[in-house]
Design a protein around this ligand. Sequence first.
Ligand code: SF4
Length: 347
Amino acid sequence: MKPFVYDLTLEEWQAWMKTNSEAAFRAGQVFDWLYVKRVLSFEEMTNLPKGLRDKLAEQFEFVTLHEIAKYKSQDGTVKFLFELSDKNAIETVIMKHSYGNSICVTTQVGCRVGCTFCASTLGGLKRDLTAGEIVAQVVKAQKLLDDEEERISSIVIMGIGEPFENYEATMNFLRIMIHPKGLNIGQRHITVSTSGIVPNIYKFADENLQVNLAISIHAPNDALRSKLMPVNRRFPFKDLIEACQYYTATTGRRITFEYALMGEVNDQPEHAEELAQVLKAMPLSHVNLIPVNYVAERDFKRTPRDDIFMFQRILERNKINATIRREQGSDIAAACGQLRAKHMKNK
Ligand code: SF4
């Protein structure tokens, strides 16, 4: 299979031009056609010589994201189920906020991490996406927003898959997204979320990026976390917190800890107290409390509203900053992996 045009960073385009005896400035032109003018064929790149366009067409492909389904929520959230060229399905979500549009992208077809509350992992991991297949989700969403003269202003890497298990593609995706000559998304407007793949938290800390890091923590101790997230057996709590401390010390940036509240599982006052004690070792931390989404194949109850506020109050009393995530798109099954799981079942 040929590589995708969106797989390459600007530097990689420059190297490709050199190898192919083309002038270096052609790389910038290609980048401009892809991300500023957002064309979908080589023929449209009219300032490139015909010979170069032919060579590009021989060696690269455009990503095709065929829309299988599109669901629009009452709150403006739009969820897409896309089919890739190999017939695998992925999900992408566009969310409307008062401060702009954000997109949630998928990094893998399925996921092998096995979090017990997540629909994305139900069929295991099929394959990693290439950087270009992640980029294509943003380009596609931006082209849709072009019609409304709006732009994608922030990105969350929280869709299907564990981005730190597809690390290099995720990093190339970030490099393409933040490049001033491309879509030029501000680094601080991008968040990458991991279940806690410890070696790659260290690697990410050393990338010299200003991109936000979120850790799915979901439990305050090893025993409960291992039950909810098998990844904790590979990378136990202590190692995870040490990696987070390294990240904060190296980057000076705070980490957001995602905590999905599951009724009577991890949402009791003692869990909040224990979590507060753990996070005291992380001076720059912030907790994002998420009322767990209903997944038909799973059996979690939602935490009552008052208990969510109580959990938040306990954290704050312990000087841990905590917010409650506003739910978006719950009427269209916008939680990660639910549409794909339904699609696979129907198939
Ligand atoms: S929550 Fe994320 S890491 Fe865990 S199984 Fe789902 S997609 Fe994978």
